[in-house]
Design a protein. Structure first.
Length: 392
């Protein structure tokens, strides 16, 4: 498919980068489980469709197919697949920052992102400031003369805080900084940060993109912009992907690509079910507060309504105490107790003791009475009934 932009999201999910295999005509991109490629002469790579490969760290046809699909869905200039979401984040930090640079991060960032910034980037010499990204003024106040990057997560994991991507992009650009958006929760189906002014999008494709809890992966999609040091962001990320080598194997690339094909239908169902669950939780006396961007009382509901198509499948809620939260997590039957999110099956977890244990004691500590739900695509009535019995 050549001119894919005019096509709709679902069409691109199924066709971008997915021409029939040039060798056999297979309509599904094959899993090219191979490390090296025959050359037609010394340094003479094969030319033509589906060729130009020399070594699978640098490029592999299955991965290229996924990267093309990702770039198309996020409407970026180039996509890069990684072995995990954190490997993708690490590539961004190392490709675009240098010791002495400063990055603004969310004060409720995903715990692994905070750990990477705090325990890997900081010892390397990169400074950071956690800020309340829901407030443009708070981010402005966190900027320093050496700020090179503003890192946004929206909605955030696990507090579902929403940041105004367009406003923060404008602010970051006004001081010569790049805006990165972790789009793991919303996915390109619900929100496309690059079209709102962001420079890079990062994903844990382990979550909604893969969608079936069967693969760990990451991705970076970029606009064709300068890196602020006279180079190109596309080239910098590409260079680091190959130089550091945290690439996904062909089978994992293929699983993520297969997941993305059904992203649109899955997200609609995740959103439908989440709305039903929110409605139920609103009526329950043991739930003291619901964190969901679709609720009119959510702090940045208007921003979410403007920049997102719908409000997603993630819900967090607070209970009266840590014991209450732990009891709910232990009592569900359909909602499986487990880390991760975004799969077809519903999951429940206690962020304070599970996914976000690494931020305990830090500025980013999450409330201990918090329960996080990843609402799957089961029948909504069954999910509501399960929560009703678990909450008692
Ligand atoms: C899971 C997650 C990550 C990290 O991705 P991995 O694939 O686990 O390395 C980053 N950001 C968010 C928002 C996540 O939920």
């Amino acid at each position: 498919m050549t001119s894919d932009q005019p096509h709709g999201f679902s069409t691109r999910a199924l066709h971008a980068g997915q021409e029939a295999d040039p060798a056999t005509g297979a309509v599904v991109t094959p899993i090219y489980q191979v490390s090296t490629y025959k050359q037609d002469g010394v340094g003479a790579l094969r030319t033509g469709l589906g060729t130009g490969y020399e070594y699978s760290r640098s490029g592999n046809p299955t991965r290229t197919s996924l990267e093309t699909q990702l770039a198309s869905l996020e409407q970026g200039a180039a996509g890069f697949a990684f072995a995990s979401g954190l490997a993708a984040e690490d590539a961004i930090l190392r490709a675009l920052l240098q010791p002495g640079d400063h990055v603004v991060i969310p004060n409720d960032a995903y715990g692994g992102t905070y750990r990477l910034v705090k325990r890997v980037a900081e010892p390397w010499g990169v400074e950071h400031t956690p800020a309340d990204l829901a407030s443009v003024d708070a981010v402005r106040a966190a900027l320093r003369p050496n700020t090179r990057m503003v890192w946004v997560e929206t909605p955030t994991n696990p507090l579902l805080t929403v940041a105004d991507i367009a406003a923060l992009a404008e602010l970051a650009h006004s001081v010569g900084a790049l805006l990165v958006v972790d789009n793991t929760f919303a996915t390109p189906y619900l929100q496309t940060p690059l079209t709102l002014g962001a420079d890079l999008v990062v994903h844990s494709t382990t979550k909604y993109a893969g969608g079936h809890s069967d693969v760990v992966g990451g991705a970076v999609v970029v606009r064709d912009v300068e890196d602020g040091r006279g180079g190109s962001v596309v080239e910098r990320i590409g260079f680091h992907q190959n130089s550091m080598g945290a690439v996904p194997g062909p089978f994992d690339s293929w699983l993520v690509q297969r997941g993305l094909k059904t992203l649109a239908v899955r997200m609609e169902r995740h959103c439908d079910n989440a709305e039903r669950v929110v409605e139920f939780l609103q009526s329950h006396p043991r739930v003291t507060k619901i964190l969901y961007p679709g609720l009119p009382e959510h702090r940045n509901h208007d921003v979410a309504a403007r920049q997102m198509k719908r409000f997603g499948g993630m819900i967090s809620f607070r209970t009266a105490s840590v014991d209450d939260a732990l009891a709910v997590c232990g009592a569900t039957e359909l909602f499986t107790l487990g880390e991760s999110l975004g799969g077809v099956e519903s999951l429940v977890e206690h962020p304070g003791k599970m996914t976000h244990a690494s931020v305990a004691g830090s500025l980013l500590e999450v409330p201990d009475d918090l329960v996080r739900l990843s609402v799957g695509i089961e029948d909504a009535d069954d999910l509501v009934a399960d929560l009703a019995q678990a909450l008692g």
